[in-house]
Design a protein around this ligand. Structure first.
Ligand SMILES: Cc1ncc(COP(=O)(O)O)c(C=O)c1O
Length: 385
């Protein structure tokens, strides 16, 4: 296997396919570097799996069946040392509905849900949609200047009404891969306060820092696993969000039944292509993923150097995973950073809904030439303002 088996340098024109990422700026000269969707074609192994499913020519209702279930179980064991059981799984069309359902399933009116900000916006809207109180605890910096959870602040903020802690591991948008010690502290916090731990690990296979390893929260201890809802999907890693296939892993029978009860009649089944994509990704996608990580590492290094050496006024801390870079742009003194960059041809994600005013997020999961084009546009804009 060579390093250049797959091509990450070219991406076909995505207009005309209802791409959320590209249609936002349809007919505008704005390069979309927002939303967590990569501009890379899928692994040929996944396309072959989808083709095989297409060739069957019957697209009836599909329930979870042995091939994708086994692919997920094998993957959890192989990639994360997590020996899960088939009946712990629930396939879902997305993790956002799962986070919302958890708020309904595991809390009552008057309860509160805690999470650490900045974070993926649905973590912040889900408690509100369920009319539960949201407790936001800002991340802090550890002595190595890395983002981490502020355990003291969490202890101070937790209330008797708090029933859930929602963890993003690795953390979108700061790209941090939490250590065993940090995760154990989260688990112990949840045990001490009798909280259910929703562990969203959708970015777990996007760790590009080779000195880091993702640890599945539920593998920490039986006590922690018994209160954990693990949320995962092949969608971010293999660029398959349009196939709408995700899954939860819930070991505890009572929690699992509560969750399943809340799904009934509300959540649709995963479609037949979602299962086919998931099975192919986990069974056959590893060489593509390895090359993706190498490519992302290259993009990250370029981005880090460019932002820190060429663009003053943007604070960008080192990250270890994901293709979503988090910039503090306060020093630039822009009234509306998103508008400013859009006016200058670059579409970024607004940090506000993540709980990060005066922050923007840039998606570097794209061909390197496109990333450079975006960075040069940002540089020109800042120099000419
Ligand atoms: C932490 C996190 N969870 C969930 C999702 C999306 O989940 P889904 O597309 O399965 O609803 C994202 C997407 O970026 C994410 O970053």
């Amino acid at each position: 296997m060579t390093d250049t088996l797959y091509n990450f340098d070219n991406c076909p024109d995505r207009t005309g396919y209802g791409s959320l990422k590209w249609d936002k700026y349809k007919d505008k000269n704005i390069l979309p570097l927002w939303v967590a969707d990569m501009d890379f074609v899928s692994a040929p192994e996944i396309i072959a799996g989808l083709q095989k499913r297409l060739d069957h020519q019957i697209f009836g209702y599909t329930v979870p069946f042995e091939a994708p279930v086994q692919a997920v179980l094998d993957y959890l064991e192989r990639a994360h040392g997590y020996p899960a059981k088939a009946h712990w799984l629930n396939f879902l069309p997305g993790l956002v509905p799962a986070i919302n359902l958890c708020c309904h399933a595991f809390t009552e009116l008057g309860d509160s849900v805690m999470t650490a900000t900045p974070v993926y916006p649905p973590f912040l809207s889900a408690p509100d949609y369920a009319k539960r109180e949201l407790i936001k605890v800002p991340l802090c910096l550890n002595p190595d200047d890395q983002w981490t959870l502020d355990f003291e602040a969490m202890e101070a903020a937790v209330k008797p009404s708090t029933k859930i802690f929602v963890l993003c591991s690795p953390h979108n948008p700061v790209g941090r891969v939490y250590t065993r010690d940090e995760l154990l502290k989260v688990g112990e916090f949840c045990v001490r306060h009798d909280l259910i731990l929703i562990s969203d690990e959708i970015h777990c296979d996007l760790v590009f820092d080779t000195s880091k390893k993702h640890i599945v929260t539920s593998t920490l201890s039986e006590e922690i696993a018994a209160r954990t809802v693990t949320l995962m999907a092949p969608s971010k890693t293999y660029n398959l969000p349009g196939l709408a296939c995700a899954f939860s892993v819930i070991e505890d029978t009572k929690l699992r039944l509560q969750f399943q009860k809340s799904i009934r009649g509300i959540i649709t089944e995963v479609n037949c292509f979602g299962y086919a994509g998931c099975e192919a990704a986990y069974n056959l996608g590893e060489p593509w993923r390895q090359q993706l990580l190498t490519y992302l590492r290259g993009n990250y290094e370029l981005l880090y150097k460019f932002i820190n050496e060429e663009l003053s006024g943007i604070t960008f801390r080192p990250m270890e995973s994901t293709y979503l870079a988090w910039f503090d742009v306060k020093e630039l003194g822009l009234e509306n950073p998103i508008q400013f960059f859009e006016d200058n041809g670059v579409g970024l994600t607004d940090g506000g809904p993540f709980g990060g005013q005066q922050h923007v997020r840039l998606n570097f999961g794209c061909p390197r030439s496109r990333l450079i084009e975006g960075l040069e546009k940002m540089q020109t804009a800042l120099e000419n303002r």
